[in-house]
Design a protein around this ligand. Sequence first.
Ligand code: 6PG
Length: 242
Amino acid sequence: METISVFSDTESLSQAIADHIIEKAKQAVSIKECFSVVLAGGSTPKEPYRLLASKDYADQVDWSKVHIFWGDERCVPPNDSDSNYRMARETFINKLPIPTSNIYRIEGERKPSDAARYYQERLKEFFVGKPQFDLILLGMGEDGHTASLFPGTEALLNTKDWVTANYIEKISTWRITLTPQVINQAGNIIFIVSGEKKAETLYKVLQGEYRPDLYPSQLIKPTQGILNWYIDKLAAKQLNLK
Ligand code: 6PG
């Protein structure tokens, strides 16, 4: 199942995302005393993350039961300004009582292949059997990438691993990313897309020809879960919404 929700501005988009995360966390914790969430990097999630640590949200969840993962990471140390871990730590993680043992950082400072293998080992320890995250947050780049699944890269075709090191020719850098098959096993996936610069790509991803080699976000199709697109009016400009 897939839904598209359009919001008039960044503030209402961010609040809706924070509300959704809290709702999923409360549901999962009440049912199984555990909530596994995969964070997106980049800039769009910053405001929703900040809201999670604000007084209107922070007290709604037993954070000791929340397990934090990342969908991808840049191959940099944890204090690097490009680190997705650092962004999440500074926007909300270090403001909430989340046990350190519940934080599953991708160790971007390692050799890429080692970082991918080590993170995959930790995921396999966490999940008995299939990697079924409760919630995965994803952003979308202007080129249609998501996580670190970039157009024309090897990771798009990786059906063997849960995590892989992916060389991105366009930006001459290595990234560590979950593979599409792992993302698609999540119970709930949220894409967060805002800004007019993404309008054309979002149209192509959602309503254009199926070309996942060019638009990897099209690979995201949950096998059994729900996919919610949370987008602002500017990013939705070219969509034909009924
Ligand atoms: C990353 C992200 C990446 C991001 C998109 C959108 O590591 O950069 O995981 O997939 O979500 O590039 O980024 P913005 O939110 O900054 O537009």
